[in-house]
Design a protein around this ligand. Structure first.
Ligand code: AHG
Ligand code: MN
Ligand code: MN
Length: 349
């Protein structure tokens, strides 16, 4: 008989890897898993919105219909507020960090950064969307958390994960000891271990980038795209182009099959589009833990300074050899994009 291991069982089992763990992180991960199941239920119903009532209108139960990203944000914040293990939430949907100021959370140990619904442009068209989360330990010693607790580098993450709401829902996470994936079995309502110890192939044959922005890409990215398209059977080129437009879904596929995901700086978005704290850092942590590589074309994502909680970054991540090749092109053809990094390094920063 096949023994199914649920996310809850797995988390408790893994707690033994951390000798001084008191179970707070386990409870936090469990709370995120529960909120993810509720969000998944709503994502599954999204296509019924025309029947149940338009967004913004009042449904037959007298409840107003919410946009899914707002709904997802509320679910995660509410799970984290009542869980008692998290003192600050940084969310894409809130300009300011949320200090959870109740009896049980005020002196809690953890900070959570979250993109509650990633790929929101895909909601209306039945295409996979996701959630991304990142967990930090509180550094301040007093009884209440401080704003500095939210400004930690990606290297300080104690856990990170994503949920992909796809043809099935999956939760994938790391606590810095590899990456494990769990698929939701709707018949029992549990995430079950389906992808133990996920590893991204060192070489991949898929590149994921919004090529519609080609004209505005740095030369290094243009050269890399052309490299991907060259006919060279010995290196499996031309590579396939796959771009869903939900970072979670694009990366999930690339982790399993091998590939590179790039969201570079563009003329319209000179600092990149994706957010460092709740998109790039957690994904970079997961990719590195799966054996891949994540940079902004020059510098490791996880080592970037956090100056603003909503700051943007360019990102190149996925199969190690692909990312290294793309970085080579950036160095050779777009050194001006990396200039800022070099100036900082020269200053010893
Ligand atoms: P979000 O829905 O959280 O705002 O994130 C969307 C992000 C990411 O998921 C995706 O890879 C990227 O934006 C798509 O951007 P383009 O439409 O510019 O390609
Ligand atoms: Mn996003
Ligand atoms: Mn989002």
């Amino acid at each position: 008989m096949t023994v199914v291991q649920t996310l809850g069982q797995f988390i408790i089992e893994k707690q033994k890897d951390f000798p001084y763990a008191k179970g707070e992180l386990s409870r936090l991960l469990r709370d995120i898993g529960i909120a993810a199941k509720i969000v998944n239920r709503e994502v599954n119903k999204a296509g019924l919105v025309d029947i149940l009532g338009e967004i913004g209108s009042v449904n037959t139960h007298g409840e107003s219909q919410k946009k899914l990203d707002v709904f997802a944000n509320e679910q995660f914040i509410s799970a984290l507020t009542s869980g008692g293990e998290c003192c600050i939430v940084v969310s894409e949907e809130n300009d300011d960090p949320i200090f959870i100021d109740n009896e049980i959370s005020r002196d809690a140990k953890y900070i959570v950064a979250i993109d509650p619904l990633d790929g929101s442009s895909n909601i209306d068209v039945n295409v996979a969307v996701g959630t991304i989360f990142s967990i930090y330990r509180r550094k301040s010693g007093g009884s209440c958390a401080t704003i500095e607790d939210a400004f930690q580098k990606g290297t300080e993450q104690v856990a990170a994960g994503y949920v992909v709401y796809g043809s099935s829902a999956m939760l994938v996470y790391t606590t810095g000891k590899g990456v494990n994936g769990f698929t939701l079995d709707p018949s029992i309502g549990e995430f079950c271990l389906s992808h133990p110890e996920m590893r991204i192939p060192k070489d991949g044959y898929i590149y994921s980038i919004n090529e519609g922005n080609y004209i505005n890409f740095p030369d290094g990215v243009k050269k890399y795209i052309k490299y991907c398209q060259v006919n060279d059977p010995s290196t499996h080129r031309p590579y396939s182009s796959r771009y869903i437009g939900s970072m979670v879904a694009d990366l999930h596929r690339n982790i399993i099959k091998g590939g590179i995901f790039i969201y570079p700086t563009t003329a319209a978005a000179p600092k990149g589009k994706l957010r460092l704290v709740y998109e790039c850092n957690p994904m970079a942590f997961i990719i590195e833990q799966a054996g891949g590589r994540a940079t902004d074309g020059f510098e490791r994502i996880l080592e970037k300074d956090v100056n603003s909680l909503h700051q943007r970054s360019a990102i190149f991540l996925g199969s190690e050899n692909m990312v290294v090749k793309a970085e080579e092109m950036m160095r050779d053809y777009s050194p001006e994009v990396g200039k800022v990094v070099d100036i900082k390094k020269a200053a010893g920063a």
